[in-house]
Design a protein around this ligand. Sequence first.
Ligand SMILES: Cc1cc2nc3c(=O)[nH]c(=O)nc-3n(C[C@H](O)[C@H](O)[C@H](O)COP(=O)(O)O)c2cc1C
Length: 166
Amino acid sequence: MKVGIFYSFNTGKTRSVGERIQKAFGEQAESIDIEIVDANKFSEYDLIIFGASTWYDGGLPEYWNDILPDLENANLKDKPIAIFTLGNQQGYPDHFGDAIFVLAEIFEAQGAKLHGFTSTEGYTFNASKSIRDGKFMGLLIDEESQPELTKDRINNWVEDLKSLCN
Ligand SMILES: Cc1cc2nc3c(=O)[nH]c(=O)nc-3n(C[C@H](O)[C@H](O)[C@H](O)COP(=O)(O)O)c2cc1C
């Protein structure tokens, strides 16, 4: 299974988490800078991972305004995808990690199939749009409040996604 991990190379923490996810996958995965991506590139991968931190009361970081128009016509029909975000449950407990939901809405509307749901256990927050059927709709990393849990969260998520190819 060939895995493409798409995130902005110009970010701090998102980039670091993206690199750690790539490392956990090993050789089958590569990172691609979402800021300069050609949407045709998606067809090269069996699984596409999108990453973005959550900003602005549950929105995407500003640079996504330039990215989204280029993705509108991407053919993601039946394409397996997974999403990770970074959030801060102490600083933004009412919009914790909402960016997963924002990205999922966009890509599911294009026909993508969302994988990599995770448990909400171990997090403390008031509300998150990124919960469906009692689970986060992707991987939620909190480098501000719970950096010590990041390693296990990444490894567990990647192991779960690897099982997609079995
Ligand atoms: C202006 C601003 C707004 C933020 N808004 C949210 C938010 O609504 N929800 C959340 O969970 N985290 C929020 N955060 C926390 C970031 O997602 C977190 O700090 C993340 O680690 C940033 O990663 P980055 O440096 O790759 O952008 C916000 C951070 C900033 C600076």
